[in-house]
Each structure stands twice: as C-alpha cells, then as structure tokens.
Design a protein around this ligand. Sequence first.
Ligand SMILES: *[C@@H]1O[C@H](CO)[C@@H](O)[C@H](O)[C@H]1NC(C)=O
Ligand SMILES: *[C@@H]1O[C@H](CO)[C@@H](O)[C@H](O)[C@H]1NC(C)=O
Ligand SMILES: *[C@@H]1O[C@H](CO)[C@@H](O)[C@H](O)[C@H]1NC(C)=O
Ligand SMILES: *[C@@H]1O[C@H](CO)[C@@H](O)[C@H](O)[C@H]1NC(C)=O
Ligand SMILES: *[C@@H]1O[C@H](CO)[C@@H](O)[C@H](O)[C@H]1NC(C)=O
Ligand SMILES: *[C@@H]1O[C@H](CO)[C@@H](O)[C@H](O)[C@H]1NC(C)=O
Ligand SMILES: *[C@@H]1O[C@H](CO)[C@@H](O)[C@H](O)[C@H]1NC(C)=O
Ligand SMILES: *[C@@H]1O[C@H](CO)[C@@H](O)[C@H](O)[C@H]1NC(C)=O
Ligand SMILES: *[C@@H]1O[C@H](CO)[C@@H](O)[C@H](O)[C@H]1NC(C)=O
Length: 653
Amino acid sequence: MLPAVTLFWVLWLPILVRASVTVYSQIPLGDSTATAAGANYTGAAAYDPTVLQPPPVPSGLPTQFSIQLQGSTSAVSGLSIQQRGSFLGYSIEFSVIDQVLGINSSFLQVPFLNLMANIRERAGEVHIRVGGNTQETATLVENLPGGVMMAKETGDTGDVTQTPALLYTAEVLNLLGNISALVDVKWFLGIPFNDTNNLRLGIAEVGEAVLSGPGYLLGFQVGNEPDLYAAHGNRPSTYSPYDYFGEFGVVVEAIAKDTSIPVRDNLVAPSVSGTWSPEMVWNTGFISSYSSSLGYLAVEHYPSDNCYAEYGTGTPVDPQTAFPSYLNHNAGIDIIAPYLNSTAIAQQVGKPFMMLETNTASCGGFPGISDSFGATLWALDYGLQMASSNFSGAMLHVGGQDVYYNPFTPPPTNQSSYHQWTIGAIYYSTLVVAEAFGSSGTAQIIDLNVSSGNIYTPGYAIYDNGGPARLVLMNYVTDPSGASDITATFSIGGGDTGQANGTPAQVQVKYLQAPSVSEKYNITWAGQTFGANFESDGRLQGTLSINTVSCDQSTNTCSVTVPAPGAALVFLTSAAFSASNPSSTETFPTTALTKTDNTATINPSVLATSNGMSGSTWQLGSTSQESRGLKMRDSVSARVAMVVVSVVSMILW
Ligand SMILES: *[C@@H]1O[C@H](CO)[C@@H](O)[C@H](O)[C@H]1NC(C)=O
Ligand SMILES: *[C@@H]1O[C@H](CO)[C@@H](O)[C@H](O)[C@H]1NC(C)=O
Ligand SMILES: *[C@@H]1O[C@H](CO)[C@@H](O)[C@H](O)[C@H]1NC(C)=O
Ligand SMILES: *[C@@H]1O[C@H](CO)[C@@H](O)[C@H](O)[C@H]1NC(C)=O
Ligand SMILES: *[C@@H]1O[C@H](CO)[C@@H](O)[C@H](O)[C@H]1NC(C)=O
Ligand SMILES: *[C@@H]1O[C@H](CO)[C@@H](O)[C@H](O)[C@H]1NC(C)=O
Ligand SMILES: *[C@@H]1O[C@H](CO)[C@@H](O)[C@H](O)[C@H]1NC(C)=O
Ligand SMILES: *[C@@H]1O[C@H](CO)[C@@H](O)[C@H](O)[C@H]1NC(C)=O
Ligand SMILES: *[C@@H]1O[C@H](CO)[C@@H](O)[C@H](O)[C@H]1NC(C)=O
C-alpha cells in the first residue's frame, strides 16, 4: 500500500495544481500602460495577474445629493425582514475542503480559522455551505487507505463538468464540528442525489449526530441545480420539475424511515440555477406538499459564465467588455429580479429564502473581474440588494486553484511551506456586510434609491433597535482626480417627516477603498488589508482607521464623502458601532484543552499568527510546542502547514 502522504498527493495533486490554460489576449486600449501583462500567464487562475481597464467616468455624475431618513423603524415602509450579520457566507466545493478547512479534525487551517473569526467577531456566527457538484456523488465510507478523510475515486462520473466522485469518512464531519466549536460556523450540507434508487444518507446520519446537538447544522440540500441534470447527462433529457418533485419525495420518505436522522425539517430545495424558474417548481405543489420537510427554499445563480474558456461550451465572453456590467447598481438588481416573487412566497410560508451558491460567473469567473475591487463593490451591493429583497442569506462560492473568484485561496500545496494564503477581493465584501448588519440578528435594510436612482452611487439604510443604525454608501466610479468623489448629506427626522430632528452630533465612518475598480491587491477596509497574493494569514494587517464625522445639528444634516471608487459604512449610533465592531484586535480568542495536555492553552495571538510559515518561523510566535498544545505538520513530508488542535473541548470566551 502507498504511504498515506503519497496516496494523498497521488489522488489530489492533479486537481490541486490544475492550472488555467486560458489565455486572454489584451484588448487594444488607448492607454496600454494601464493594462498589466496577464496575456500569456499560464499559472493557476487564482493568481492570474490580468488587470482590466476601469470604465470611463460616466458623464454628468451627480456628486452631491441628500438623503432623508426616518427617525424610527415604524415610519419606514418597505424595510426587509430581519437580517443577520452572517447574511453573506461561503459555499465551499466539497472536493476542496481538505485544502481550505484542514485535512482532518486535528489539523485545521489556521488562516481559515482567522478568516472565519473575523466574520464571527462582527456577526456573531458564520454560515457556510459545503457542497456543489461534488456533493452529488460523494460517498461516506468507513475508512480510506492511509487514514485520509477524503479521496477521489478513480475515473469520473461521466458528466460534462467532469466532477470527480468523492469518497469521504466521518472525519469530515468531525472536522466541521471542531471548526464550529472554535469560530461558530454553521453548515449547510448536501445529500447526494445522483441516484435516488440507491440513496446514500450517510451525510445526514453522521452530520446530525455530530453537528445538530450544538446547533452547528443549518440544513441539507437535496439536489444541486436539478435544472441542469439533463444538460449534464445526469438524468434523461426529459427531466422536469415534476420528476424532481418525485425524487425529492423519495428522499423525504427515506429520511422519515431513518431513525439515525431525527431532525427532518431542515431540507433545502429546489436550488435551481435559472434553467428552470423557481415558479416551475412551486407550480408542482412543491412547497405545500413538502412543507414540513423544508427548512429553506433556495436557488443558485451566477450572472454570467466563463464556460467557453473552461470547457469550450457556450459563448465566449471578453472580460474587458463584461467588466462595466458588474460596476453599477443594476447588476445585483437584475440578478435577483426573477426571485422577488419567490422571496415573497417564502415569507408567506415562513421559510427563509437562500442564494445557496453564487459568484461573479460560473465556470471559474473572469480574470480581472472576479478578483478585482470592482467585484468587491459588486458583491457588497449584490449582497445588500438580496438582503433588502428578503433573501435570508447568500453563499459566495469557493473553488480550487483554478478559479478567479475565490474569497480566499490556500497556496498551492507544494508552495505551502513558503507561501501564505491569498485573500480575494470578495472576502472584503463579506466583512463589510457582517458589519453592516452586526450581531443583533434584528437588523432590517432598505435600498434608499439615492441620488435619484443614479446607478453608480447606490445607498442603503440599516435600521435596528427601533431606528436608523447604519448607512452604506457606494461609489462605483474610478476617478483618481477626486472629481467623482460623492458627498451624501443625510438628515434623520426633521424636514417633512413630521418627526423631531434626529441627526446625531457625530457619526463614525469606515471606508472600503482601492485606487481603482481594477485593483487586485491594494484593497483596504478601514485602512486594513490582507495584502497581495500569498501574503495573508487570515488577519487584517495595518492600522485600523475609523473616521469621525461631525454633523451639523443646527441644520439637522451630516455629510459623508465616498471616494471614487469606494464604499462608506456610516455608524449612526454608538450602539450600532459596538454591535458590529470587534471589541479586541485578537482574531482568535480561544482557549483549547488538548488531548495531550489538559492544562495547555492556545494563546490566541499565537494561534492567530498562522502559518504557511516554516516551523522555525512559527516558533518565533510561540514558546514551545508543548506549552501551547500546538504542533506543526512536517512541512517537507506533508507540505501543508496546519495547526494541531487535538481538541478535546474548547472553551470560548
Ligand atoms: C505573449 O507571447 C507572445 C508570443 O510568444 C509574445 O510575443 C508576447 O510579447 C507575450 N506577451 C506578454 C505580455 O508577455
Ligand atoms: C490527522 O492527520 C494526521 C496526519 O496525517 C494524523 O497524524 C492524525 O492521526 C490524523 N488525525 C485524525 C483524527 O485522523
Ligand atoms: C451515483 O454515485 C455513486 C458514487 O459515485 C456511484 O457509485 C453510482 O453509480 C452513481 N449512480 C448513478 C445512477 O450514476
Ligand atoms: C473534535 O473532533 C474530535 C474527533 O476527531 C472529537 O472527538 C471532538 O469532540 C471534537 N471537538 C469538538 C470541540 O467538537
Ligand atoms: C409567483 O409564483 C406563483 C407560484 O408559482 C405564481 O402562481 C405567480 O404567477 C407568480 N407571480 C408572479 C408575479 O410571477
Ligand atoms: C421585503 O419584505 C417586507 C416585509 O414583508 C416588505 O415590506 C418589503 O416590501 C419586501 N421587499 C421586497 C423588495 O420585496
Ligand atoms: C508544484 O507542482 C507543480 C505541478 O506538479 C509543478 O509544476 C511546480 O513546478 C511545483 N512547484 C514547486 C516549487 O515545486
Ligand atoms: C428611484 O428614483 C427615481 C428618481 O427619483 C425613480 O424614477 C425610480 O423609480 C426610483 N426607483 C425605485 C426602485 O424606487
Ligand atoms: C493603495 O490605495 C490607496 C487608495 O485606496 C492609496 O492612497 C495608496 O497610495 C495605495 N498604495 C499603494 C502602495 O499603491
């Protein structure tokens, strides 16, 4: 038998290092110096250097406008349902969890923990869906050669996406549970649906046993994009919403008979991707027939696709030409327009409505778009638009090294001894959304349609605790001259609201900024950044910068400037500020008791110092392995630097 480590690499290396062979020729542009060389890049998509041209400054952009806010929640019509700071979460392809999360329940990726802790500190929790195409054929097995927790079955499943069939052990669920215990991640998982004559319910049996008790399990998706089954050759070409209705019923019945699955009201469906409208599924009687089984209604959708470059299917898309379509307020509005009827239906039947998988474009995203500050603004606006339209959450997809759109990417496995993680542009959007809603779980949002609905400068208000709590003001325009910076002057109450003046004496403002929508690396949130490719251990670097803006209470007005490009999160009350902001700068406030040494603790700042670093560098941040209960995996033989938590129990403070 092959040694474990060798087997691991034999199985995974081809996937892990699969480089993008996509080559885009440069678009002839007036100012060629502004377009970086990415043309002949043949490395992995996740590190593609392509930089696109920002669109020109729109003519006649209004740079000054006023916003009248109601002083009380009850005076606002059209506010969303209550939203959580965890609204924007992540959808992680099942096949990459051993790169992104950790290799088993003892070896967790510390940068990942730090990234999740960032969200947890702002939102109180994190929502993650583990699944995707690879969930459909995944099979739970007792054990795997070499003791690994997952492996790819030889051959593929024969579908056009060439998805490998996965084998995995219960250790995957232990891993998820241990992550949850540290950073309050709650999970959506998927029940394999490739073969409803031979159901494999193991993930629900073990998933409920390990994750349900402590409240770490959100639900089980049944069927991933069933509207694409026929196109992918997984079902006959006649496969219809009624067929899906029938097969869903098979799963419901099987679960009802399975005593190892005690929680039976947490299924997620129909997860259609746009080939079928949700209404086509609703019209089968789906919701009323399965009401007691459905925990969530869900769809998945990407606004575009790069499948021509990836698989030679569909229509070629030129990223430079497509870029402007991501850079205005209509982008998010247009994506979700087909779902507004369904979010209303979901409210009527009392089910949360989820965007379970989304990102800039399917089939990997686009170089220069998916990894740009433009995508940061796009995902922020799109996320807030979904929230204001009564979705209950949205998951940004995480693929492997061969996609452009990852919110975070571990280094290629043979570089992990000297490279750290790469934090993608859209991770920043999840941080800002976490702070926009904060940790109360009762925030409500409305699209303010500011500046007479100008699509380049949208604005949202978040109400909580009975009144306005925060504003998000955005500017999609790139204009280094400063001439396109916008100044929004808002008033709370007063004016013709019939309410008393309510504008505070001062507000606090955090900026999301980059020099251009094309920027890939110099992205800052409140002055802090995760840096460029391979530079992050998952913690924000740099000095936190929070602006205090004085308001004019005599005129009941307050003016906030938003740079071009950028976004501002305006905290209207000190309560709103403290509900969103980490009380300490430590990103990993955890004490762990280890199996080997019950009294050892992991010093939070040490654990947060992460890795991808050599063992000796690690030692600098630590005293001794033993005293910390930490060990590094041998970076030569395993080449993945991870921390051993060997957790027996964890105490969060
Ligand atoms: C790409 O390759 C072509 C042909 O080898 C070469 O002429 C061109 O200069 C290269 N472009 C860049 C940006 O490196
Ligand atoms: C996790 O993986 C490491 C390295 O392969 C191994 O030593 C350890 O026993 C594994 N732990 C579990 C719980 O499987
Ligand atoms: C479903 O997936 C399992 C695991 O890969 C495989 O053994 C089985 O043959 C598949 N069933 C169908 C109908 O494709
Ligand atoms: C971590 O995983 C192990 C299984 O490997 C399990 O025994 C332990 O209880 C888990 N710890 C937590 C806190 O979930
Ligand atoms: C909303 O969906 C329901 C159920 O499918 C359908 O009957 C109704 O026509 C839809 N309404 C709109 C405005 O699309
Ligand atoms: C969201 O739901 C609220 C409460 O039902 C409603 O007032 C509001 O109009 C809805 N928003 C949208 C965009 O559908
Ligand atoms: C990493 O692996 C890839 C694929 O096998 C190989 O092309 C590359 O040279 C390796 N890099 C290093 C530094 O070993
Ligand atoms: C936004 O405001 C503009 C101009 O004031 C108006 O024409 C438009 O209908 C509004 N849009 C929405 C969605 O309310
Ligand atoms: C990074 O971007 C900011 C604007 O967001 C700019 O002020 C700063 O000079 C840039 N830094 C570098 C190193 O380019």
